[in-house]
Design a protein around this ligand. Structure first.
Ligand SMILES: [Zn+2]
Length: 116
C-alpha cells in the first residue's frame, strides 16, 4: 500500500516539475527530466516541489561541463544563484528533519502537488 502511494506521488511530482516546460538551466524544451536537488532517498523532501528542477537530459545527467549528476558542486552553486540562499537553507533544514508519513499525509502531499 505504502509503496503504491509512494509511486503515485513520484509520478505526480515528476509530472508537475516537468510542467515548467523548459530546462531551467539552458531553456531547451525536450527531453525534460525532473531532478531531485536532494536525492530521492531523502523522504522528507522527496515530494517537495521546492526540491525539484526541470532539466533537459543534458543538464540533468549527461553533460560533463554542467549537469546535476556529473558536476554536482557547479550545479549546487548555480541552483543557489537561481533560487537564493534562503531556499537552500530552508530546503536543507527540511531534508535533515526526519519525517514519518501517515496515509493522511500522503493524501495531503498529493493534493499539494497539484494546487500550486
Ligand atoms: Zn538544459
Amino acid at each position: 500500500m505504502k509503496r503504491a502511494l509512494s509511486k503515485k506521488l513520484d509520478t505526480a511530482w515528476s509530472k508537475r516539475i516537468r510542467q515548467y516546460g523548459q530546462c531551467e538551466a539552458c531553456n531547451k524544451t525536450k527531453p525534460l527530466h525532473a531532478h531531485h536537488f536532494h536525492g530521492r532517498r531523502c523522504f522528507s523532501v522527496r515530494w517537495d516541489l521546492n526540491n525539484g528542477f526541470c532539466l533537459c537530459a543534458g543538464c540533468h545527467v549527461y553533460s560533463n561541463k554542467f549537469s546535476a549528476h556529473i558536476t554536482p558542486s557547479e550545479f549546487t552553486f548555480w541552483a543557489i544563484e537561481q533560487r537564493g540562499q534562503e531556499w537552500y537553507d530552508d530546503l536543507t533544514l527540511k531534508k535533515n528533519t526526519p519525517q514519518k508519513f501517515t496515509d493522511a499525509d500522503y493524501d495531503l502531499i498529493y493534493a499539494s502537488i497539484w494546487e500550486v
